[in-house]
Design a protein around this ligand. Structure first.
Ligand code: NDP
Length: 292
């Protein structure tokens, strides 16, 4: 019998998850269906419980329901507890198991797909919303040394305080970043959705259209004064367009640029593994989505 899975959000019609999971299922020869289901803003719990009672095996959860999913779960993984948000539900008898695969997806994309090892690296994490909470613990577990900056400063300090028992992390305002440099700068804000840019300190522009991969000497970088260290990776969790953050990072001399498409596919693969105990090959799926 075909096993049923779904992603729930509001809105949800834009979701690439059905496409991704259909490719995973084909590749691993799993007999399953996966559909996108909208839930009314006040109807997440009912939508999930109806699906479960109809025999659905698991659900991905996206904006704005990740916190409600966290509350609905009867068992939580360590990373879901840390994130205080759930993007994957698995039904097991009467239990609703909640997990958060966003952080594992980000780390897999950065380390395996982009070949950037996080151990000992200075990481600037911008944002203190659901996405930042989801990735903080996996980044710390990978050995990153994190500075978290947020527009509403207090939230950056709260996030850092919550995770400080797990590794090196501290909060900052954007202005206080002046003079600091980072090996990896991650945009976990929703600024790109509004075509805007977090208020990062601006160094002297290198060249508006320097190609990704171009590099500058350590002295040159220090003189320019931006937040990007030599060989820095600039990562925007948003995908599907060249964002203001990635344009800014290129201008400021970041050596490498990446969007969040790889993270999207990797977090899906982690959910798939939780449900089916099989790890799909993500590379061909990422490559295919890049063409769409
Ligand atoms: P939230 O609404 O929970 O948080 C938004 C955060 O962005 C807050 O910290 C907010 O700051 C900050 N922010 C919003 N606008 C600006 C701005 N103009 N300048 C500076 N900071 C700003 O959103 P999420 O954390 O859930 O999502 C963030 C992003 O991550 C989204 O773009 C989402 O699509 C992406 N994402 C991608 C995934 C992937 O698989 N690729 C997975 C999950 C998320 P303040 O506190 O001051 O309001």
């Amino acid at each position: 019998m075909t096993d049923r899975y779904a992603v729930i959000g509001n809105p949800i019609s834009h979701s690439k998850s059905p496409l991704i999971h259909a490719q995973f299922a084909r590749q691993t020869k799993q007999d399953l269906s996966y559909e996108a289901i909208p839930a009314p803003l006040d109807g997440f719990r009912d939508t999930v419980l109806v699906l479960r009672d109809e025999g659905c095996r698991g659900i991905n959860v996206t904006v704005p329901f990740k916190f409600e999913a966290f509350q609905l779960a009867t068992q939580l993984s360590v990373r879901a507890q840390a994130a205080q948000a759930v993007n994957t539900l698995k039904f097991d008898g009467t239990e609703i198991i909640g997990d958060n695969t966003d952080g594992a997806g980000l780390v897999a994309d950065i380390e395996h797909n982009l070949g950037f090892i996080l151990q000992g690296k200075r990481v600037l994490l911008m944002g203190a919303g659901g996405a930042a909470y989801g990735v903080a613990l996996p980044l710390l577990n990978a050995g990153a040394i994190i500075t978290v900056a947020n527009r509403t400063e207090d939230k950056a300090y709260q996030l850092a305080a919550l995770f400080s028992a797990h590794g090196a992390i501290h909060g900052s305002s954007y202005i206080a970043l002046t003079g600091s440099q980072f090996d990896c700068v991650i945009n976990a804000t929703s600024s790109s959705l509004a075509d805007s840019l977090p208020p990062l300190p601006r160094g002297e522009s290198v060249s508006p259209f320097s190609s990704p991969g171009s590099s500058f000497s350590i002295e040159e970088h220090a003189k320019r004064g931006g937040v990007f260290a030599p060989d820095a990776l600039a990562y925007d969790m948003m995908y599907g367009k060249e964002t203001p953050f990635l344009i800014f990072a290129k201008e400021q001399g970041a050596a490498r640029l990446a969007d969040g498409l790889g993270m999207l596919v990797e977090q899906a693969a982690e959910s798939f593994f939780l449900w089916r105990n099989i790890r799909p090959d993500t590379a061909p799926v990422i490559a295919k989505l890049r063409l769409i």
